[in-house]
Design a protein around this ligand. Structure first.
Ligand SMILES: N[C@@H](CCC(=O)N[C@@H](CS)C(=O)NCC(=O)O)C(=O)O
Length: 203
């Protein structure tokens, strides 16, 4: 099994997850900044041209970070970070789906259309006019989430899960690319500080 990885919040989610679960796999670093991932050799590995990508011993390709993490979770001994009952798994997936749609998609599009435009304009269709509105969508989503997290330690209550890793990796990324977390959102800021103390986020 080989994991193709790079800089960026998506590979970070998988690295943090593996550190939390005590999973190790062989990794191959791809030069995202240099555009290696958009060249023929890497497109043979992952036709979508993005990282991370997990290739199993029999050649099966798994992409999309939550699919990769769920796969590793299922094949690894130890406590699941998705959940141990149908209800727990559904709640984790509820927050992951919410995070994908309400935070990750608008945040990464906004980045590609503004601060990241130079890097992405020749790779993907980019719409710079949309960036300010997309950034507002992220802020609004995080404001709403802050209100939901009144007495919650983690997104899924007192159970730490992949949903926390997912959201944290992107909120941290936002902080590096001009979309900082509003510290007035105190529930979320406290959650962020709890997350930041975990050794796994440095993986
Ligand atoms: N939907 C994908 C997103 C992967 C993705 O966007 N990866 C970024 C790195 S954070 C990438 O490869 N960017 C380089 C590019 O698109 O050229 C997933 O869930 O894994």
């Amino acid at each position: 099994m080989k994991l193709y990885t790079s800089v960026g919040p998506n590979p970070q989610v998988v690295r943090t997850f593996m550190a939390e679960r005590g999973v190790t796999v062989d990794t191959i670093e791809v030069d995202l900044m240099g555009g290696e991932n958009r060249k023929a050799e890497y497109l043979k590995v992952n036709p979508a041209g993005q990282m991370p990508a997990l290739v199993l011993a029999d050649g099966t390709l798994i992409t999309e970070i939550t699919a990769i993490c769920e796969y590793l979770d299922e094949i690894s001994p130890g406590d699941s970070l998705i959940g141990s009952t149908p209800e727990e798994r559904a709640i984790t997936r509820r927050w992951m789906r919410w995070t994908d749609f309400e935070v990750i998609d608008p945040m990464t599009r906004a980045f590609r259309y503004s601060e990241g435009l130079q890097l992405f304009q020749n790779r993907l269709p980019c719409f710079p006019d949309a960036a300010p509105g997309l950034k507002e969508c992220v802020k609004e989503a995080l404001r709403w989430l802050n209100g939901q997290m009144d007495s919650e330690i983690w997104l899924t209550g007192d159970r730490f899960s992949l949903a926390d890793i997912l959201l944290f990796s992107f909120v941290a990324f936002g902080g590096q690319v001009g979309q900082p977390l509003d510290r007035n959102l105190t529930n979320l800021a406290d959650w962020y500080d709890r997350m930041e103390k975990r050794e796994s986020v440095k993986a």
